[in-house]
Design a protein around this ligand. Structure first.
Ligand code: OGA
Ligand code: NI
Length: 350
């Protein structure tokens, strides 16, 4: 018997408290929900993606510089003029809401059985190994190189296919810019990660209202395992990122997308661009929906620090072991979601 979804729990009339299986120990200050809001002098960088494509050489060079700084200082940035239509973004969020509104038995058809299933519906992250569950339901779909989609709601496939295409184009453009920002040729990272057949996992997260939000967690502090994650969300806040040792609330500007550096980029850049810890908190008022597109290398790619960035004989030794992306994903999916524990396994200690 599968565990009940968070949505069905939250829909229970007069639910006044969080079931104990979702309650986090609150004696750990390092993981308290206290966070500060972005100040004007300390706000997430904004990257105008269109300038990478049709800016003058001067504008392009400037954006690449900003992109490099954003990856190095923040590991998080917002993109605007990104080529993913406003209507498409709205429709993507709306149709995900419709999916989560389906009857439980319809969603159960996609219930997670194996982490290799191309479509997986479930609750928390990996309930098999967790002692405390997270206050979120998810729908995860492999959408590239092979495209999959649930058959309900009816328009899901059409919207997802278009969204996936746009995100993929934009991400490859960003990766070209990031490659240049590292002093590499434009196509270097794209080739090293085989992005022509990149793996993309679509992950829709549903965080229903929670009666005691300070006692539960949407997602714990973690880094993402892919190369770059592109996050779209409805208007409800909840994402926090760790920046200079402080948790920061992220309030994205409308129609922007959030991008974060993930583990494979930390490996490829040999630690210059670090994946960033982030988490999701919950609230007692409104349902939050976020959609993460995890764009990674092709599954069979062996990823390691880019050879151009390392030199065994000088002060730039490789900081990570090489690992096949599918093996890396396997480790992530079969363990607890916790900090940068997967990356730590392949770190070389010098
Ligand atoms: C994720 C994630 C954050 C959010 O899906 O990996 O970090 O705000 N999501 O939902
Ligand atoms: Ni994440």
């Amino acid at each position: 018997m599968a565990m009940a979804s968070v949505k069905s729990l939250a829909d229970t009339p007069n639910l006044a408290s969080v079931p104990s299986s979702f309650m986090f120990a609150t004696d750990d200050d390092s993981d308290s929900v206290t966070a500060v809001s972005q100040g004007a002098e300390d706000s997430i960088p904004i990257i105008d993606t269109s300038l990478l494509i049709d800016g003058t050489p001067h504008q392009r060079a400037k954006v690449i510089n900003e992109l490099g700084k954003a990856c190095e200082d923040w590991g998080f940035f917002m993109v605007v003029n990104h080529g993913v239509g406003e209507r498409l973004m709205r429709e993507m969020v709306e149709i995900c809401k419709e999916f989560f509104d389906l009857k439980e038995e319809e969603k159960r058809e996609y219930e997670t059985k194996s982490v290799l299933d191309p479509i997986r519906y479930g609750t928390s992250f990996n309930p098999k190994v967790e002692k405390v569950f997270f206050w979120r339901d998810y729908l995860k779909i492999m959408v590239h190189p092979n495209f999959h989609s649930p058959t309900k709601p009816t328009r899901f496939r059409e919207i997802l296919e278009e969204y996936c295409k746009r995100i993929r184009e934009m991400t490859r453009e960003l990766v070209r810019g990031i490659s240049e920002s590292l002093g590499l040729e434009e196509c270097c990272l794209d080739k090293a990660a085989n992005l022509e057949s990149c793996s993309i996992v679509f992950a829709a997260n549903l965080y229903p209202p929670c009666p005691q939000p300070e006692l539960a967690r949407g997602l714990p502090s973690h880094s993402d395992h892919c190369l770059l994650t592109i996050l779209l969300q409805n208007q409800i806040a909840g994402l926090q990122i760790l920046h200079h040792d402080k948790w920061l609330n992220v309030n994205p500007i409308p129609n922007s997308l959030l991008v974060n550096v993930a583990d494979q980029l930390e490996i490829l850049s040999n630690g210059k661009y670090k994946s960033v810890l982030h988490r999701a908190i919950v609230n007692d008022k409104a349902t939050r929906i976020s959609i993460a597109m995890a764009v990674g290398p092709s599954l069979e790619t062996v990823v390691g620090p880019a050879p151009q960035l390392i030199n065994k004989h000088t002060n730039n030794p490789p900081l990570f072991k090489n690992i096949k992306y599918i093996d890396y994903m396997g480790i992530v999916q079969s363990n607890k979601l916790q900090g940068k524990s997967t990356l730590d396994r392949i770190r070389l200690h010098i």
